[in-house]
Design a protein around this ligand. Structure first.
Ligand code: FAD
Ligand code: FES
Length: 331
């Protein structure tokens, strides 16, 4: 049995065949819906169900039960159980382009994070929204995603790349890269961005290289009189993982009411700062999250746990924005 889906904002409509996801049917009918991972892990395909209901073969990681109860669905996993009317967030973004990128810098930030600098020789300059990412193609059609860590600056851009043991790109290919080598990239991609339309206190939570898109967003707010108060909670295992720690502490001179709280889950005895899981530290400090805009970047496990915990702490589902660093392979 097939169901009809109507996109309220554009009045586009399409049929979803039995067993098909809303996203797959939309793409088959040339209706554009935002998406990234297509695996239920990133949350980019979130839509609001204005009418009708959906079911999931397996409840997706990037959707909380609270969001589902409020009528949100992940189009890449949702199977309609009736005709649907959906609304979709729209955002104007630069058109992604596939092009060569030249490595101009490659150096270690810490034991497992590389600072990678690229130049796009075919572009005099290019624009992206802080929070977006690029895809690097590995030569067999597969790609890996990395978030821009620096503000648009001509045709140059920076990345923070965590080395994954056994990782095809981050361990094998990256180890062989030299300045002057070329990569095949598509840039810019993704809908993660700063939502300046709401003036709310900012709560940024990053684990690992999830710092990268947060850094880019916060750099865009530096010296801005409209910048709301900012709290950055940074989760890591040990002190050795806190790359750029000194630079981040200096942001307090350029961001309004900036609080920086590193939280270590496996600190040694000499660590005098916060310990435990980063989302627990947030809840210990901020009893009521109902007035915050919340940005979560990094490990999908942290994001899923933090989202649930923060909704329980009063956060509004419409003001939680996530950038999950899902793996592009599963081994
Ligand atoms: C939108 C987006 C933005 C991202 N931005 C960044 C970024 O700025 N910096 C960054 O370092 N990463 C980022 N990532 C994550 C990065 O794309 C993955 O870690 C990537 O899969 C690593 O590729 P690889 O070829 O080295 O490993 P693969 O060969 O793909 O994987 C090797 C093995 O490691 C596992 N694995 C892969 N990634 C991880 C991980 N992160 N943690 C634990 N296990 C893993 C795989 O499941 C597999 O078993 C982002 C991901 C997304 C979706
Ligand atoms: S595209 Fe649906 S969750 Fe990533």
């Amino acid at each position: 049995m097939s169901y009809r889906v109507e996109v309220r904002d554009t009045s586009e409509a399409f049929e979803v065949a039995s067993g098909e996801s809303v996203l797959a049917a939309a793409l088959r009918s040339n209706v554009k819906l935002p998406h990234e991972c297509t695996l239920g892990g990133c949350g980019t395909c979130r839509v609001k169900l204005e009418q009708g209901s959906v079911a999931y073969a397996q409840f997706p990681m990037a959707l909380s039960e609270e969001e589902a109860a409020l009528g949100y669905a992940l189009a890449c996993q949702a199977r309609p159980q009736s005709d649907l009317v959906i609304s979709v967030p729209r955002v104007e973004l630069a058109q992604p382009q596939r092009q060569p990128a030249m490595v101009t810098g490659i150096e270690a930030y810490c034991h497992d994070v590389i600072h990678l600098e690229l130049v796009l020789p075919e572009a005099e300059s290019f624009a992206y929204r802080p929070g977006q990412h690029m895809n690097v193609f590995l030569g067999d059609g597969s790609h890996r995603s990395f978030s821009m860590a620096s503000l648009p600056d001509g045709n140059q851009v920076d990345f923070h790349v965590r080395r994954i043991p056994g990782g095809r790109f981050t361990e094998t290919q990256l180890a062989q890269l030299q300045p002057g080598d070329m990569l095949d990239v598509e840039i810019p991609l993704g809908t993660f961005r700063y939502h300046g339309e709401d003036y709310r206190e900012l709560l940024m939570v990053a684990t690992g290289t999830g710092l990268s898109p947060i850094k880019c967003i916060l750099e865009s707010l530096m010296d801005d009189p409209e910048c709301p108060p900012v709290s950055l909670y940074r989760g890591a295992r040990t002190e050795a993982d806190l790359y750029l720690d000194r630079e981040i502490r200096e942001w307090s001179g350029r961001l309004y009411e900036f609080r920086y709280v590193p939280v270590l889950s496996r600190a040694d005895a000499s660590w005098t700062g916060r310990r435990g899981h980063v989302q627990q530290a947030v809840l210990q400090d901020l009893a009521d999250l109902s007035g915050h805009s919340i940005y979560l970047c990094g490990s999908p496990v942290m994001i899923s746990g933090a989202k649930k915990a923060f909704l329980g702490g009063g956060a509004s589902v419409d003001h939680i924005h996530v950038d999950g660093f899902n793996f592009q392979t599963h081994g």
